[in-house]
Design a protein around this ligand. Structure first.
Ligand SMILES: [Zn+2]
Length: 414
């Protein structure tokens, strides 16, 4: 493969079509435009070219500042403030040239991101935003060319995309002080969001299904008057896994429930119902292990680098110290959900399954992950998106939370 010379990694590219290069300090390729007061709309995108040169183009309602960086595994990470994505359904799955897929969405409040997956080592040869002209919209254009692994790795080091502030070494955040007679705090965690749609490639995305359910559940729990209830996300925003864990810890949560929906491409008619998972170092079975890998991929999908090995080791030691009692409580809560959902004939299996879900890793907060059902099953998809089902299953989960706290009070002094 011929190695091409690409733009230096740390440059800011003027937004005008014939971009002038100016050295900047922030790394990566930045494309500037004067920020407008209202959000830019991105309403279409496409990929053109071949493996020698692949062009990604997004149509925009106006020019916008973007920051373009390399990511690992092979991907382009495009960050921009406040882009409102109104793309056609099903876009981003077509393989062309070096591009295997792309996705987009809110990455954090006010920050939007596009992640373009690339099939092998590559360089960004050009990146610019064109002014709207005649009947053409403003356009973000990124040209990719192949390179070798060594060159890719060297460029990657120069162009780190901005990481969430929390991605340092593991520290257990201090919970807010709470009165002894305060209501228990329940944190509900609708999975995925923003740039990470979750599963269900051809239907209602998992992120929407789980948010809708979490909102119903929150309202029901709050209506009992017995709990303080929080959601890790209230809208279609991406939240890194570790921030979800930290959110629960900071709130002083007595329970954390991560809410998801599964997708099983084989035997779609037969595979149905909810499954309850807890954290374990060793997965209970191969399917649980694969599911955890899929759910844990959320951060990588959004272009966040995972903590390095030493951070994981530190985190695991902390977990071992604090976790035995938390594990027992998590299992108690998981059994309580299984009981309630079994009585509503809503379970895939009564068996408690476990695996290394990163979102369940708060050492001090009993945590359970609930897969509501299988979006690969057309009947489950209908149920999971219906008000009646949400109502019935949310009642079951409220019952299981009541049951958990009743048992916990009976068994233990705290
Ligand atoms: Zn999920």
């Amino acid at each position: 493969m011929r190695v091409r010379r690409a733009l230096p990694a740390s440059v800011r590219v003027g937004a005008l079509a014939a971009a002038a290069l100016v050295i900047a300090l922030n790394g990566g390729l930045s494309v500037d435009a004067k920020a407008g007061s209202n959000a830019t709309v991105a309403n279409n995108a496409r990929v053109a070219g071949d493996r020698e040169r692949t062009r990604f183009i997004a149509d925009l309602s106006k020019k916008v500042d973007v920051h373009v960086a390399l990511g690992n595994p092979y991907r382009v990470i495009v960050d921009a403030p406040d882009v409102n994505f109104q793309m056609p359904d099903g876009i981003g799955k077509e393989k062309r040239g070096l591009v295997t897929a792309y996705r987009y969405g809110l990455f954090a409040p006010g920050k939007s991101r596009i992640v373009i997956d690339v099939s092998g080592p590559f360089l960004i040869d050009k990146a610019f935003v064109l002014e709207p002209r005649d009947d053409q919209p403003a356009r973000l254009v990124i040209d990719l060319v192949p390179t070798d692994e060594k060159t890719f790795q060297a460029k990657l080091k120069e162009t780190k995309p901005p990481q969430p502030a929390s991605e340092g070494p593991a520290v257990i955040p201090q919970a807010l002080p709470r009165a002894p007679d305060a209501k228990p705090v329940v944190v509900l965690d609708p999975g995925h969001g923003g740039i990470d749609p979750g599963t269900n490639p051809n239907g209602v995305p998992e992120k929407e299904v789980v948010l809708a359910f979490a909102k119903v559940l929150k309202a029901k729990l709050a209506a009992t008057g017995r709990y303080e209830v929080y959601l890790t996300r209230e809208d279609d925003t991406f939240v890194p896994l570790r921030e979800r864990v930290e959110f629960a810890q900071k709130k002083g949560a007595g329970l954390f429930l991560s809410i998801h929906a599964d997708y099983f491409p084989n035997q779609t008619e037969k595979t149905t119902g909810a499954t309850v998972y807890t954290l374990s170092e060793q997965a209970s079975d191969e399917e649980a292990k694969e599911l955890a890998a899929k759910e844990n991929f959320s951060d990588a999908l959004a272009g966040i680098e995972l903590p390095n090995d030493s951070d994981e080791v530190v985190a695991n030691i902390l977990i071992d110290l604090a976790q035995r009692e938390t594990q027992n409580r998590s299992t108690l809560f998981a059994r309580s959900i299984v009981g309630e959902l079994a009585s509503r004939s809503a379970l895939h299996t009564r068996r408690l399954r476990s695996a290394g879900f990163r979102v369940l890793k708060a050492p001090d907060v009993p945590s359970v992950l609930l897969e509501l059902g299988f979006l690969s099953n057309p009947d489950d998809e209908k149920r999971l998106t219906s008000d009646a089902w949400r109502d019935r299953i949310a009642d079951g989960v409220v019952g299981s939370i009541d049951g958990y706290f009743a048992k916990r009070v009976a068994r233990s002094p705290f």
